[in-house]
Structure formats: C-alpha cells, structure tokens
Ligand binder design. Sequence first.
Ligand SMILES: *Cc1c(COP(=O)(O)O)cnc(C)c1O
Length: 367
Amino acid sequence: MNLRTLANPRILDQPTYTPGKPSELVADEYGLSVDEIIKLASNENPWGASPNAIRSGKDALKSVHLYPDGSGTALIKKLSEKFKLPNNQFILGNGSNEIIELLGHVFLEKGDEVIFGEHAFAVYRLVTILMGGTPVSVEMPNLKHDLEAFLVSITDRTKIIFLPSPNNPTGTANSNEEILHFIENLPDHVILCFDEAYAEYLESPTDLIPSINSGKKIICLRTFSKIHGLAGLRLGYGYGSPEMIQLLQKARQPFNANSIAQSAAIGALEDESWVIQCRRRNLIGLKQMETGLGELGLSFIESSANFILVQVGNGQRAFDELQKQGVITRPLPNKLSQYLRISIGTEIENEKALHALAQIMSSLASA
Ligand SMILES: *Cc1c(COP(=O)(O)O)cnc(C)c1O
C-alpha cells in the first residue's frame, strides 16, 4: 500500500514553507567562503541580540539538564510588567508561528473560513489548509491590506482573520485609525489574530489592549525573532483575554518554550536601549537602501519594517544572480514574482547588497 494513501488528504496538497537559504548552503553551492556571504533573506536583526540577552541565555545553559519552566513564570512576569496586563493574559510559543498553529487547533473546524490578505505572511494559509479551514484571500491594492474589503469578506462562516502590521513580505502597515475602525466593525463571532512580529520597528505600534479589555476577540502575537535578535532560539508570545489564553494553553505542548530561550528573552526585555538602538539603526539602513535603490533606478514599496520589496522584473533571476555575488535575498511567488525582498542589514551589508544589485542590473535589463 502506498504510504500517501494513508495520509490525511489535506497534507497531500500542502505546500512546504520555503525558508530563507542558509549561508553555509550558498557558500557550498558557489564555492564562496561563509564569511563573504551576506544573508538578507529572513529579516533577522543584523546587529544580533543584546549582550544582556546572550549573557542570560548562557547562564541558563548551567541548568540545561532540567526541564524548562512549563509556565514560563519569570518571562511572563516580565511581559506582564511591560504590557501592564495580568499573567494569565500571556502565552509563550516555540516562535510566534507555533501560536498561529495553536489558533488553528483550538478554533478551526472543517468549512470555517479564514480571511487574510493575498500578499500576507504565507504561514496563515498553510495553517488554515492544514487544519481543514477554507482560506479566503483578499486583494491588496498597492500591496497594502484593504480593511474595508476584509469587512466585506466576512460571512457567517468566518472564524479567524489574520492581520499582520507591518506585513511580511510587503513591509506595509495600516494606520492606527484604520485598524481601530476595522476592529470596531468586527462582528462578535470573528477572532482577530493581530500579528505584531515587526511592531517594535514602528514609532507608535497600534495598541489593541483597550480593544481586548472591551471584549473584542483578539490575540496579538509578538516574537523574539526579529528586533530582539533571537530567531535561532524560537520564542514568541501572544496576549489576549484570559479566556483566549486559557483555550490556547490547552493546545500547546507542556515544554514548548525552552529554558535558554526563556532566559535570553528576559535578558532581552531588560535591555530596552538595545531595541531603541536597533530601531534607529534600521531606519538609517532603510534610508540608505531607498537612496541607493533610487540611484539605481529601481522602484520599491515604502516599508515600515526591517526589509524592503524591490521591483526587479524577474525576482527569481535577480535572486540567482545576487546569490552568485554572495548576497542572499528572498524571491517571492506568484503575483509578487517581479519583486525581491531584501532585509535591511548593517551599513556595510546594505552597501554590498546595493553594489551587487548594480553589478547585476545589466543582466536584469536583458531578462
Ligand atoms: C517572522 C515572522 C513571524 C515570527 O515568527 P517566529 O515563529 O516568531 O520566528 C511571525 N509573523 C510574521 C509576519 C513574520 O514575518
């Protein structure tokens, strides 16, 4: 008997998430040394984690023979102070991606509709299909979320709406007014997952705590993978009403957040100045890229995050050519195939990326 016939039929059509390419792989493929490769493919923090986070993570290694605190007590206490919300309004995840999956486990039944933007973060669709939900994709004119169109797409079967702000891969964000107006108009049977993976890059992120407190069914997701520079440790968190958190807790593994990650995250939260510094450096890097791209005559989408979508004509080809120059970026599927997503790096990395783009311009033009 063919093993595939035994599989849950939804798995057979399930696309596989393609992550950014690791530097070691590219080095091998092109005979380059790892040191000369720059990876601007996964929106990581190019300045790394706060030294305080690294110190805390290292300290935790001493107790690595013990299971982690399954309730994440110390870290959740820190989060609770930061957001001025009680402990029972937080959940930790093995990356915030895990919490997206928990939402599917807890809420999705066959036929439930899940709304997201056509160019939104790819994981929303993967989880929806995996859990038997029906994806409802909403057009994004100007590559921005059209929240009026979201409202129009809601039916009696709508269960979850995913709204990332800023969005990955477009880098676009809706204004606070737009988002709050949208939430005012959400019907009572709909859950909003507000994905704030890049919120720390915004000057004034949308505050949904008043909406949560007023009874709206909202789960906000944040991560230590982006501005906090701890992507390798896999840690994210969600906050919402006590009822929301209690339901999500039921679906998770007992020790989903490892002890080193929990400890490093506490260290990261203690060093707010690192976050402020990285936000400022990222803004400078964004400007540097925008100016450089302008000089090359390349258009781009205005970004509120730590990456930028650049219009290159043939994204896959530009990706291949840049890789030969030791610069790893991210090509995008389908309707975004004319773009390349480039993460903002250090000043030197940005310069190298712009230089490599200049080198390949002639081959792009002849594409
Ligand atoms: C990177 C990212 C995440 C975070 O993923 P983790 O699992 O926490 O590493 C979540 N949402 C979006 C839109 C992202 O780009």
